[in-house]
Design a protein around this ligand. Structure first.
Ligand code: FMN
Length: 309
């Protein structure tokens, strides 16, 4: 997630059982013309492995060069191509989701990435483009997959909302399941609206052919969601209760670890980066509003610790 998923957040997610982490999307044109700042953005720590760098842009030649740079200098475990971003500033430049109907160009981009790295390549798409309801635009995603499936990418993450659906509203898991049927040899991950162990289990039981789930906002302030889901899913068949949220003492521990990681990685700037996370961690707890007002003014890990005490 652009603006959210930094090295510290990825480490916290991995510590709490996420299987794979992703970078924020990185511009291939920035990597092509002036790579330094973007290389800084995708820098990672080995604790984040398996770690995938996501690229976005619209020029195959920039993708080719960016892929070489990332493979050689960053050495992640995989490279992902963004065909799903609906943000205006990305879409209006013909990148992200704007590429889904442009299959020839998308093919050139995928080939440019696959042809310039030995790392596994994956793609991120949306359920479609052309209407809020995925059934109005089923053909975009299905057509996209049918017409690119011969290329050697190994995995697809499908955000089951359409371009028009943005980030809210129903997620079409049916399309994700259909996509897996078209490409049984590739990994298909479903994404959208997973926020509890219960809805993760519901989706996995209803669509057992989907290989896994991608979680974005559900992990805000709840990186322990990954672990909760795994525990819950693995008790299928047994008599089980939905997992209770961790006690506040455990959340406090995660908050402090997260704060330490951010300050270690970004020093002074860490105090700005940690604020949103701290507010998410305490959301819904009694006294959260008062606590948030204090936490957002904290200047150091020590201060955060004192406030939490
Ligand atoms: C603030 C924010 C930034 C995002 N940045 C990216 C990004 O850089 N690359 C990407 O593939 N998806 C990005 N997404 C989309 C998410 O990865 C995900 O597909 C979407 O939020 C749906 O999943 P969710 O319902 O679990 O949040 C972003 C979403 C949000 C809310």
């Amino acid at each position: 997630m652009a603006g959210i998923t930094d090295s510290a957040f990825r480490q916290i997610c991995r510590e709490n059982s996420a299987d794979v982490t992703y970078s924020e999307m990185a511009s291939v044109s920035a990597l092509f013309y002036k790579p330094q700042k973007t290389l800084e953005l995708v820098r990672f720590n080995k604790k984040e492995r398996p770690y995938v760098v996501q690229l976005f842009g619209n020029k195959p030649e920039h993708f080719a060069v960016a892929t070489k740079i990332i493979s050689k200098e960053v050495k992640p475990d995989g490279i992902d191509i963004n065909f799903g971003c609906p943000a205006k500033k990305v879409f209006k430049h013909g990148s992200g989701c704007a590429l889904m109907p442009q299959i020839e160009l998308a093919r050139e981009i995928i080939s440019a990435v696959c042809g310039n790295t030995t790392l596994p390549v994956s793609i991120k798409i949306r359920a479609g483009i052309g209407g809020k309801d995925a059934s109005q635009c089923v053909s975009t995603a299905i057509k996209f997959i049918k017409k690119t499936k011969d290329l050697p990418y190994s995995a697809v993450m499908v955000h089951g909302r359409t371009y028009e659906g943005g980030f809210s509203g129903p997620v079409d898991w049916e399309i994700i399941s259909q996509i897996k049927k078209i490409i049984p040899e590739k990994i298909v991950l479903g994404n959208g609206g997973i926020t509890t162990p219960e809805n993760a289990l519901e989706v996995l039981q209803k669509y057992p052919n989907i290989d896994g789930l991608g979680i974005a906002r559900g992990a805000w302030g709840k990186p322990y969601l990954f672990e909760q889901i795994k525990k819950y899913v693995h008790t299928i068949g047994a008599v089980h209760e939905p997992p209770l949220p961790p006690v506040f003492s455990k959340i406090k521990k995660i908050m402090l670890t997260h704060a330490k990681l951010i300050f270690a990685d970004k020093s002074e700037m860490g105090k700005f980066e940690i604020r949103k996370h701290l507010a998410w961690y305490i959301k819904g707890f009694p006294g959260a509003s008062e606590l948030r007002q204090k936490l957002v003014r904290a200047e150091s890990v020590k201060e955060i610790k004192e406030i939490l005490r």
